[in-house]
Design a protein around this ligand. Sequence first.
Ligand code: NAP
Length: 259
Amino acid sequence: MLTPISGRSTIVTGASKGIGKGIAAVFAKAGAKVMVVGRNEADGLATVEALRAAGGTAEWFAADVTDWDAVQAMVARTTEVFGGVDILCANAGAFPQTKIVDMDPAEWDGVMATNLKSTFLCVKACIPAFEKAGKGRVVVTSSITGPVTGYPGWAHYGASKAGQLGFLKTAAMELARYNTTINAVMPGNIITEGLVDLGEDYMKAMAASIPLKRLGAVEDIGNAALFFASDEAGYVTGQQIVVDGGQILPESLDAIAEI
Ligand code: NAP
């Protein structure tokens, strides 16, 4: 049993839907005060309403996490309403699927900005709050795609997700002076709005390639993030955990057919 995180001010980026919404639900249930961040106001307000209906504390802040001014405003607003920032879940991300031969350089830049630059901006913006509190926690949503696996169409996405892990190793050293840890969750295929957009065939093929024979739920990622945010994980930093139902384990198609 983890020590409750009751009352901890938590920013979850990309919480208007998908994995971020799941992280927000798990953290709100554990007693955290959650700042739901995204761009789509209707989706964000719906998330806040759902969290409150379940007894949680939540507020909405609209921000594009690629925009430094917006990210600073996100931290300022969170400090204003919740009294500081204890936990940052840098989760917002995008995964357009385009093969290298067809990829416009602007698409590469956009994915890097949304997934990788945003991680740097959000961490940087929270440092003064962590310094003031004398402690902090950062949980980054990376992926198995990039750090461990490859998939046609996701060269830019995979590079951005591997980049997040490269970033966090040095960030862990620099944040240590603020008694702040930073770790990453690496999801496999998790059922979200973004994944559903990839189509039924993609989802079926993926489920068949996973030893546990099912796609993950957003709460599976929320629970792993909750561990990294807990008091009990206070001596863990610069690390990552794969949450993928065993997807990266089979060495061949025969191996998955055996089980
Ligand atoms: P999703 O359903 O498409 O949701 C993406 C979230 O990110 C939305 O809340 C979206 O908010 C937000 N977002 C995107 N760009 C943003 C920006 N520039 N500024 C602010 N918010 C932005 O995607 P998901 O599947 O939940 O993915 C969430 C994270 O998990 C990503 O980092 C992704 O790489 C990672 N991941 C997902 C899977 C999976 O299987 N689903 C697997 C591995 C890793 P708005 O629409 O309101 O802007």
